[in-house]
Design a protein around this ligand. Structure first.
Ligand code: ATP
Length: 503
């Protein structure tokens, strides 16, 4: 699995999708740049979401609010007081850990130990091996499970209760049963706020402390009444937005999965109090459908319903995706009650109520939100699409089977040879197609190698111009996934591509 993940990261770099930020200065941890192909893929995911949420729903509108917001916003939202990660330092290694992530690491470590026992036994018993029975009866496996699961359970509940002294003791205990860092010397657990601070204004006394927004949602809440009134929106209605968010993540790893600067696609749906259960279920279902529409495989998604709820929620679920490092949160669907609007009313002193003409009464609406990380979606799509395929002739190819609607370039135009007027004709085709799609031109190397290059780039179609094209104005169109080639008239090419790539 680690191997696959490493391949994903290196492919993203080699084919111009994602680069480490400031690479010539050895990079900046957990910050990434999207390269020529990555920027296009990201833009297409953005559009795919916007279209489904805003264009296709006549009761959802989109906004684009500022990253900087009045500092009191973050007091009202709870981020100043409650947006914390529990941190613990190892005194010997001088390494810093997030206590909740450390729990995941111990869990993974113990799972690996058990897997090792299983592999050993499998080798020993061969065909007679029964994994289920082995797991249920092997004393060593049972020992691991008993020790670790009880501690991990206690640790989970201490984290939930923010009982930090207890968290430290339990981590020390874990370190004895399942050494991870090789050291027992830990500091106390501290809470660390994830918001980035900055200042606005030039002079020292007139400057004001600000935060970079850690989520886009608050820009929607503070604009709720403006949008409702100017758009004459009637409840239920939604406001959507895509934009950057910033979090000073402590455990920065897993490539673009967890970054310090990332992009969110959020939608807050304003509803009558009391109708939240129904809307929460509706949005869970709608969002899952959106994911499945991309065809990345139903088995790669699952819901995770939260038992532990954030301070603002009365129900919450994640849509988890099978990333190369396991199932992890890709999107959150939260029933936020009237927490945010009521809190902004309190802090701002302004009424944020909606007059419901049908009920003939005013109320603070409830909110169901859907919140997905664009970068995580990018990683989901990209890692799921990267494949190593064995071909019939015994060779293999690397192919990036991106959904055609999302692919950065829709077609590559390839003159078979660099002479006889084929490049000119290829350019003529390109000039026509580029009004509709991103297309690239490639004349270097043998055509087989160019096909491979486009496969690895994720381009769904290759259009080859050869000598026959000069005679009858037909080309071959090669499909990336099946590698099938068809001979078609130049004038039909556009329609063939449109059919596959239109959103
Ligand atoms: P996690 O538990 O993984 O830190 P979260 O529960 O804090 O995520 P939310 O606050 O619900 O995440 O944010 C909504 C979405 O934003 C997440 O589902 C995820 O896709 C994305 N997201 C959150 N933090 C990051 C990050 N540091 N880098 C990239 N995407 C992120």
């Amino acid at each position: 699995q680690e191997d696959i993940f490493r391949k994903v990261i290196s492919h993203a770099k080699e084919y111009g999708y994602v680069f480490q930020s400031s690479e010539i200065y050895d990079g900046l941890s957990a910050v990434y740049d999207y390269a020529q192909n990555g920027a296009e893929l990201k833009k297409n995911i953005r559009e795919y979401w916007w279209k489904a949420m805003v264009q296709m729903n006549d009761n959802i509108v989109g906004i684009d609010s500022a990253i900087f917001m009045h500092p009191t916003v973050w007091k009202a939202s709870g981020h100043v007081d409650a947006f914390n990660d529990p941190l613990i330092d190892n005194k010997d290694s001088k390494k810093r850990y997030r206590a909740d992530v450390l729990v995941e690491d111990y869990t993974a470590k113990i799972e690996a130990k058990i897997e090792k026992e299983v592999a050993k036994a499998e080798k020993r018993f061969g065909d007679a091996f029964d994994k289920a029975e082995f797991l249920a009866t092997n004393p060593r496996v049972l020992g691991y499970q008993e020790q670790i699961t009880t501690i991990l359970k206690r640790l989970g509940s201490s984290l939930e209760k923010e009982d930090l002294a207890d968290v430290k003791l339990l981590i020390e205990e874990l370190e004895i049963v399942c050494p991870l860092s090789g050291s027992k010397n830990w500091t106390d657990v501290k809470q660390f706020n994830l918001m980035f601070g900055t200042k606005i204004g030039a002079s020292a006394d007139s400057s004001m402390d600000l935060y970079l927004r850690p989520e886009t949602a608050q820009g929607i809440f503070v604009n709720f009444l403006n949008v409702q009134k100017t758009g004459r929106m009637k409840i239920p209605f939604g406001i959507a937005q895509i934009g950057k968010a910033f979090r000073n993540e402590i455990v920065a790893r897993q490539f673009i999965f967890r970054q310090r600067e990332f992009e969110q696609m959020e939608m807050q749906f304003f509803i009558r109090p009391g109708s939240q259960k129904e809307w929460y279920e509706t949005w869970k279902e709608k969002r899952m459908k959106w994911h499945l529409s991309l065809g990345l495989g139903q088995d790669n998604y699952r819901f995770h319903d939260h038992e532990k709820l954030a301070h603002y929620a009365d129900a919450a679920a994640d849509i988890e995706f099978r990333f190369p490092f396991g199932f992890k949160e890709l999107e959150g669907i939260h029933s936020r009650t009237d927490f945010d609007l009521a809190s902004h009313e309190k802090f701002s002193g302004k009424k944020l109520q909606y007059f419901d003409p049908e009920l003939n009464e005013s109320y603070v609406p409830y909110v169901v939100e859907t919140s997905i990380g664009l970068d995580r979606m990018f990683l989901a799509v990209f890692s799921n699409s990267l494949m190593e395929e064995e071909l019939e002739n015994g060779s293999s190819r690397t192919v990036l089977k991106l959904p055609a609607v999302l692919a950065p370039n829709k077609a590559a135009i390839l003159p078979l040879v660099k002479k006889d007027g084929l490049p000119e004709l290829a350019h003529e085709i390109l000039e026509d197609l580029k009004w509709d799609f991103n297309v690239v031109y490639d004349e270097k190397d043998a055509v087989g190698r160019r096909y491979r290059r486009q496969d690895a780039n994720g381009t769904p179609f290759c259009i080859t111009v050869d000598h026959q094209t000069l005679e009858d104005r037909t080309v071959t169109i090669r499909h990336r996934d099946t590698m099938e080639q068809q001979r078609v008239a130049i004038e039909d090419v556009k329609a063939i591509i449109h059919k596959e790539v239109d959103m």
